[in-house]
Design a protein around this ligand. Structure first.
Ligand SMILES: CCCCC/C=C\C/C=C\CC/C=C/CC(=O)SCCNC(=O)CCNC(=O)[C@H](O)C(C)(C)COP(=O)(O)OP(=O)(O)OC[C@H]1O[C@@H](n2cnc3c(N)ncnc32)[C@H](O)[C@@H]1OP(=O)(O)O
Length: 280
């Protein structure tokens, strides 16, 4: 309690205010001097995206909008893992109602993040496979700490990235590089990601990443907010609309794939291999 008060006092002095008071799996703070919000994923051990985490991310994005944020930095409280992607346990032996809600929430979160009016920057301070990479790709600028990996590795797991995952990558690194990366399920090192344009900057650590992210958002200070946000909407509209118009089909496709016995078997083996690795 005393520590909490001390932290709150220190944050207040530095102009940092806590939002999302009820959130547990994310923290949302805003710098009252700059208007920049920071959304940190904090679901141990690896920020895997389950229904509850997605729900909190989605609510935090709305809260940042309602608070008239000038920009948003998306990062992780775990220096080592930005996000392990979708929580495999949501897809293994699923309860039908819950897995429907899970996929629908993932769609909603992506749609929201992809078209925020405010500028978004991912400070990728750890590994970022699959759904973790999708979150980063949905931001406007990516800054990554050295010595980690990022990519849409679905084919390596025997699964297929849905079209909107693919479009998110194509929009950043283009058709040719995406085709190579996605078919191989390639996980890029930080250096490789920079060379291919998947990330924009390499930094030594999260603190440097945050400074650079604030500098990126600051570039828009003199650009009228509405003009900027409408331009972003128009640039991204085609990609977003392709999911918005097909949400039901996309959900049904996911359900059909995920409930196949061979998919369940693969998921079971994969979970076991992750556990074996973790106990070594
Ligand atoms: C194989 C699938 C077949 C069929 C599937 C069928 C249908 C699906 C259809 C469409 C879906 C398409 C979209 C998918 C997108 C995705 O995001 S899928 C998820 C992909 N993610 C990964 O492959 C990442 C796996 N994790 C890692 O590589 C590493 O954990 C890490 C992120 C690099 C971190 O390494 P670190 O050493 O720090 O941690 P550990 O590996 O020791 O893990 C600690 C702990 O966390 C558990 N865990 C890790 N990742 C996940 C995860 N994604 N979901 C749930 N749990 C995860 C791990 O098991 C350990 O648990 P513990 O042993 O209980 O401590």
């Amino acid at each position: 309690m005393a520590l909490l008060c001390f932290q709150s006092l220190r944050m207040l002095r530095s102009g940092i205010r806590c939002m999302s008071q009820n959130a547990q799996l994310v923290s949302l703070t805003v710098n009252d001097k700059t208007g920049v919000a920071t959304l940190s994923l904090q679901r141990p051990p690896v920020n895997s995206l389950n229904l509850e985490l997605l729900t909190e991310i989605s609510s935090a994005l709305t809260e940042a909008t309602d608070n008239n944020s000038r920009g948003l930095i998306l990062t992780s409280t775990n220096d080592g893992v930005f996000s392990a992607g979708l929580d495999i346990l949501e897809m293994y032996k699923p309860n039908l109602d819950r897995v429907k809600e899970f996929w629908t929430k993932l769609q909603e979160t992506w749609i929201k993040l992809y078209q925020t009016a405010y500028p978004t920057v991912a400070v990728i301070n750890g590994h970022s496979p699959a759904g973790g990479c999708l979150l980063a790709l949905s931001c406007e600028h990516r800054i990554m700490v050295k010595n980690f990996t990022i990519g849409l590795n679905e084919t390596r797991l025997g699964i297929v990235a849905p079209p909107w995952f693919i479009a998110s990558m194509v929009n950043v690194i283009g058709q040719r590089q995406s085709e190579r990366a996605l078919t191989l399920g390639h996980m890029f090192t930080t250096e490789e990601a920079k060379n291919v344009g998947l990330i924009d900057e390499i930094v030594q650590n999260k603190a440097e990443g945050t400074t650079q992210a604030e500098a990126f958002i600051q570039k828009f200070a003199k650009i009228p907010f509405q003009a900027r946000s409408l331009t972003k909407t128009w640039l991204r509209n085609k990609t977003v609309e392709s999911l918005v118009k097909n949400r039901e089909d996309d959900l049904n496709m996911f359900l059909q794939v995920v409930t196949q016995p061979n998919a369940q078997e693969s998921l079971g083996h994969y979970i076991q291999s992750l556990k074996n690795k973790a106990t070594k």
